[in-house]
Each structure stands twice: as structure tokens, then as C-alpha cells.
Ligand binder design. Sequence first.
Ligand SMILES: [Zn+2]
Length: 113
Amino acid sequence: MRTRNLLGKQALLAAMLYLAHQRHKPEECPGNTPKHVREMSEMLSPESMSRMGLKFVDAYIDHACMVQASGPDHVCSFLLEGGSEQAVADAFKPFPVEVKSIVSWGRFAESAT
Ligand SMILES: [Zn+2]
């Protein structure tokens, strides 16, 4: 019984989705520096994510990054599959991120009925 629970938990963790929000001040926008954009691209590459036990699903970049807008903080959101919030946070170091475990609407709605 205990083994079955442990295996079930591992299977659930392997399929977890995480949303990482990266917030930065306009004057610190990585999009302002091609070198930083290349570093972020390398960090989010399938090979790099795989080394950290993660899978890059998609990312949504604040339009303010695209146009280098001043004013409020820029917020970018990264959707990843992985085993833990800590693993996701570690993948973005040294950039601080807020990480949330999420489920798809379909999965949530199915469980609520
Ligand atoms: Zn930005």
C-alpha cells in the first residue's frame, strides 16, 4: 500500500505544470540587451531544461519588453513541466521568479464535477 501511494505521488509530480512569473523593472529589462536575450534563450532551451529535469512548454512575454516601455514593472510568464516548484525556481537563477503549481482548466473542471 505504501509503495503504491509513493509511486502514485511520483507519477503525479512528474506531470505537474508550473507557471513561473518573472518580474523586472523596465530599466533592468533583459530584452534591452541582446546578450541577455541569448542567455535567456539558452536557459530555456529544451536541452538546458532537460538537464534540470524540466520541460519548457511555452512563455508569454510582456509586450512592454518588446517595446521597452517605461513605467510599471514588466512581467513575463513561463509555463514548464517539472517535479517541484524549487526545481523551476532553480532553473531561473539568478533571476528571481514566483512559481505556482497549476492545473489545466479541463483537469480542474473535471475534478470539480
Ligand atoms: Zn522587460
